[in-house]
Design a binder for this molecule. Structure first.
Ligand SMILES: Cc1cc2nc3c(=O)[nH]c(=O)nc-3n(C[C@H](O)[C@H](O)[C@H](O)COP(=O)(O)OP(=O)(O)OC[C@H]3O[C@@H](n4cnc5c(N)ncnc54)[C@H](O)[C@@H]3O)c2cc1C
Length: 379
């Protein structure tokens, strides 16, 4: 617990930013979080959260049963032509929409006394050991420490001239909720030419269908409907699911220019968390757990810094970079490798043959793209 109340700024109120806000306010910091969108809001996401974060969420005072999630413990994988592999999910996970989860965390942050501001951060400058932030509404904020949790791609990446933003990002994603029949405990990952689709249930018996597609394949079709009919539904499992369910949202949500390139976890002295520090390939289903875990790592180090257990800003930055790499670098690499294998039908075929002969390999792959359950007794 902080002996005196220190101030801290967070940019971005997704999972990473909200979790850090809850953690830092719980230990006594005065947190201001700036988020450009209103809460609640639907987001493009597979909405499967690994159970590895449950002990930490409990420590933060969050009881996941409050939002009535589904409990997910089975995994089904299919190749483009519908060959199926199945496995248990070693740690399991839960299914909850981002609409419900982000709103729940937002309310918890408010309860903890965080100041929540709706505005878009436009510029961030660092000088004389202090950050100055200017927003679209021309508000000015200053802070000694700045956490960036603004997600996978933002105007701030341009402003900071981060290297990944200069390269083309050829992925887009589509997500919608449906009513229909799908097992309550299953995460399905079904491939189609140029992409893959995740299917699982969230609260209130809703089915979340979310796919990642290569822009080259997508642009040959006029719209999402045509693409789903001619490409996504070529996978017999996806065809059967899509033919038998009814959309619940007015129209699907889409995002584009998704990049899986490596990023830096500290940029211009800013501590990056969640997707701002690196986005794991969504087929690993671990981005949300990483966002939550990175909030824990940064918050614990900031606590040590303010308690003078870390002697300088440069030591704080080095310790954060090291901890980030230890926790996430390997997962991201495996995610990138899997992403590139599944782009190549022949390699996918070989990998599936190998897994059919040695089924334990599927569990090993899942374990390697996830973390171990967070132990709240160790830092
Ligand atoms: C297709 C797809 C499927 C996925 N499926 C899964 C899955 O099933 N399981 C899983 O664990 N992960 C999944 N992920 C990954 C997961 O969605 C992300 O890792 C997670 O959302 C990261 O959270 P975040 O807080 O870093 O970013 P976000 O949740 O994106 O939050 C960033 C916030 O910053 C705000 N912001 C941006 N710029 C500014 C600004 N200038 N000023 C103020 N606010 C700003 C945004 O409005 C946003 O609210 C998937 C990702 C994709 C693309």
């Amino acid at each position: 617990m902080m002996t005196e109340s220190k101030k801290l700024l967070i940019v971005g109120g997704g999972l990473a930013g909200l979790t850090a806000a809850i953690h830092l306010s719980k230990i006594g910091l005065k947190v201001t979080l700036i988020e450009k969108n209103e809460f609640p809001k639907h987001k493009v996401c597979g909405e499967y959260v690994s159970n590895e974060v449950l002990p930490y969420l409990n420590w933060l005072g969050i009881d996941c049963d409050d939002f009535n999630p589904t409990h997910l413990n089975k995994f089904q994988f299919s190749s483009v032509d519908g060959k199926i592999l199945e496995s248990e999910l070693p740690l399991g996970g839960f299914g909850v929409s981002r609409y419900v989860l982000d709103k729940f965390l937002y309310q918890k942050a408010l309860e903890n006394g965080c100041e929540m501001i709706q505005d878009t951060v436009e510029t961030i400058a660092f000088s004389e050991n202090q950050f100055t932030i200017i927003t679209a509404q021309k508000a000015i904020f200053t802070s000694e420490i700045l956490i960036a949790a603004y997600g996978k791609r933002s105007n701030i990446d341009q402003e900071l001239d981060r290297s990944f933003i200069r390269n083309k990002a050829p992925w887009l994603a589509v997500k919608a909720h449906y009513s229909g029949v799908f097992p309550d405990n299953l995460v399905g990952l079904y491939h189609f030419k140029g992409g893959y689709c995740g299917v699982s249930k969230v609260e209130d018996n809703k089915i979340n269908i979310c796919y990642l597609a290569d822009y080259k394949t997508f642009k040959q079709y006029k719209n999402i409907e045509e693409y789903q009919k001619n490409v996504v539904s070529k996978n017999p499992y996806l065809k059967s699911i899509l033919d038998n369910c009814e959309p619940l949202l007015e129209k699907p949500l889409t995002i584009s220019q998704i990049s899986f390139e490596a990023k830096k976890s500290v940029e211009n002295h800013i501590l990056m968390i969640g997707d701002s520090a690196g986005l794991i390939h969504p087929l690993c289903g671990n981005g949300m757990a990483m966002a939550i875990r990175s909030a824990k790592i940064v918050s614990e180090l900031i606590e040590q810094y303010y308690n003078y257990e870390i002697s300088s800003r440069s030591e704080l930055e080095k310790m954060y970079q090291k901890a980030w790499n230890q926790n996430f670098k390997r997962r991201l690499k495996i995610g990138r490798l899997l992403g590139s294998i599944f782009q190549k039908p022949k390699l996918t075929f070989v990998l599936l043959r190998i897994i059919t002969v040695f089924p334990f390999l599927l569990t090993t792959i899942i374990k390697n793209t996830h973390g171990k359950s967070i132990d709240m007794n160790t830092k």
